[in-house]
Design a protein around this ligand. Structure first.
Ligand code: GLU
Length: 366
C-alpha cells in the first residue's frame, strides 16, 4: 500500500516536473522578445498596404529581427519630429523609416550604420502639366503682341518700296506692275514688297532705279527677319525661364512643400524659400498637383519612387540630389541593441540579402 502511494506521488511529481519543463520550453519558443519600433509611412521606405506595413525599411527591419530573434511591434508616427520624440523618450527601442543621419541628431541619438544613401532633391510639375502643350505655346506666340507689333511694322515698311516700285515699273513694258492704274497696280507692288521682305523676290523689277530699290529692300528683309526671329526666341526663352525652377538657388521666394521637422525643411529655409510644412508626403504631392506650391524638396529615393509610379508623366525631378544624406536606424543614446543591429545589417550586406531587399524596392522597373 505504501509502495502504491509512493508510486503515485512519484508519478505525480514526475508529471508535474515534465509538464513545467515543456511549458517553459514552449514559452521560450513561442514568445521571442518584442522590440518596440517607431516608423512612419513614406513609400517606398515604408508602405501601408491593407493596414499592414511593408516597404524597404520594414523588410530590412524584419530581416534584422529574424537574425536577432526578436519581434518588432510597430507604432506609426505622423512626422519625423514625433518619430524622434518617441525614440528620445524611450517609449520605443528604435526608429526606422527614412531618418537621415545628421550632426544635430547624432548629438542626441545613436544611429546604426547607414541603411541607404539618400539626398535632397527638387520636384516640380512636369513640363506638359506646367505650361500646356508646345503647339499651343507656338500659337500663343504667333498672336502675341510682340509678334503682331512686328507684323504691323512690316506692313508699314512695305508701303515705301511698294510705291517706289509701282511708280517706276508701271510704265516699263516688261515691268512687274502689269497696269498703270494705282489700283490694282499697287497690289502687285505690295505683294512683291512683302514677298521680298520675308523670303526671296519672286520677280525682279526691270527699271534700273527700281532694281536698286529692290536690292536695298532685300537687305532690309534680311535684317528684318533676323530681328523678328531674335525677338520671338527671346520671348520664348523668357517665358520658359520665368517661374522656372532649374536649381536650388531658384527656390528663393518660391512656395516649397516639405515635411515638418525634416532635413528638407531646414534646407529650403536656408535657401530663402517659403517653406510650406505638411505632415504626410502625400499632402505635398497633392499641393504640387493643385499648384498651391511651386515645388517639393524631399528625399531623392522617395521622390524618385513617386515620379516613376503614381506621379509618372505629371511631375519631374529637377537635377540631381543637391545635398547627400544617409538613412540610419535611430536608437536612444547608449542603446544596447545598436551593435547587434549593426552586425546583422553588415552581414546582410555581405551575404546578399540586403541587395535582394534593395532590388525589390529600387530596381529600375519599379
Ligand atoms: N529624411 C528626412 C529626415 O530625416 C525624412 C523626413 C520625414 O520623415 O518626413 O528629415
Amino acid at each position: 500500500m505504501l509502495r502504491l502511494v509512493s508510486g503515485y506521488v512519484f508519478g505525480i511529481l514526475v508529471t508535474l516536473l515534465l509538464g513545467s519543463v515543456t511549458v517553459q520550453a514552449q514559452d521560450s519558443r513561442a514568445q521571442p522578445r518584442e522590440v518596440r519600433v517607431v516608423t512612419r509611412v513614406l513609400p517606398p521606405m515604408v508602405v501601408e498596404r491593407e493596414k499592414s506595413l511593408t516597404g524597404f525599411s520594414i523588410e530590412l527591419m524584419e530581416a534584422i529581427a529574424n537574425r536577432m530573434k526578436f519581434i518588432p511591434s510597430y507604432t506609426v508616427a505622423p512626422d519625423v519630429r514625433s518619430l524622434l520624440e518617441e525614440v528620445r523618450s524611450g517609449r520605443v527601442e528604435l526608429g526606422i523609416a527614412a531618418v537621415s543621419i545628421t550632426a544635430g541628431r547624432e548629438a542626441e541619438f545613436d544611429f546604426s550604420q547607414p541603411i541607404l544613401n539618400s539626398g535632397l532633391q527638387i520636384m516640380t510639375l512636369g513640363q506638359v502639366s506646367a505650361g500646356g502643350n508646345p503647339l499651343l505655346d507656338m500659337l500663343r506666340l504667333l498672336v502675341s503682341w510682340t509678334s503682331l507689333a512686328w507684323l504691323g511694322i512690316g506692313a508699314l515698311l512695305i508701303l515705301i518700296p511698294a510705291h517706289i516700285v509701282w511708280f517706276l515699273e508701271r510704265r516699263h513694258p516688261e515691268g512687274i506692275v502689269p497696269t498703270q492704274k494705282y489700283f490694282p497696280g499697287i497690289f502687285f507692288a505690295l505683294y512683291w514688297a512683302a514677298g521680298t521682305l520675308v523670303t526671296q523676290a519672286e520677280s525682279a523689277p526691270k527699271h534700273a532705279l527700281a532694281r536698286l530699290v529692290a536690292v536695298l529692300w532685300m537687305f532690309t528683309g534680311v535684317v528684318f527677319v533676323a530681328l523678328y526671329t531674335a525677338q520671338l526666341t527671346a520671348t520664348l526663352t523668357v517665358q520658359q525661364i520665368a517661374g522656372g525652377i532649374n536649381s536650388p538657388e531658384d527656390l528663393a521666394g518660391k512656395r516649397v512643400a516639405v515635411t515638418a521637422g525634416s532635413t528638407a525643411a531646414m534646407a529650403v529655409r536656408e535657401l530663402k524659400a517659403n517653406a510650406i510644412e505638411v505632415r504626410q508626403i502625400g499632402e505635398a504631392y497633392d499641393a504640387l498637383q493643385n499648384r498651391t506650391v511651386d515645388a517639393i524638396v524631399f528625399d531623392a529615393p522617395v521622390l524618385m519612387y513617386y515620379a516613376a509610379n503614381e506621379g509618372k508623366g505629371r511631375v519631374q525631378l529637377v537635377g540631381a540630389p543637391f545635398r547627400k544624406e544617409d538613412y540610419g536606424i535611430v536608437f536612444p543614446r547608449g542603446s544596447s541593441l545598436r551593435s547587434e543591429v549593426n552586425i546583422a545589417l553588415l552581414s546582410m550586406r555581405e551575404d546578399g540579402s540586403y541587395q535582394r531587399i534593395y532590388d525589390r524596392w529600387f530596381a529600375a522597373s519599379r
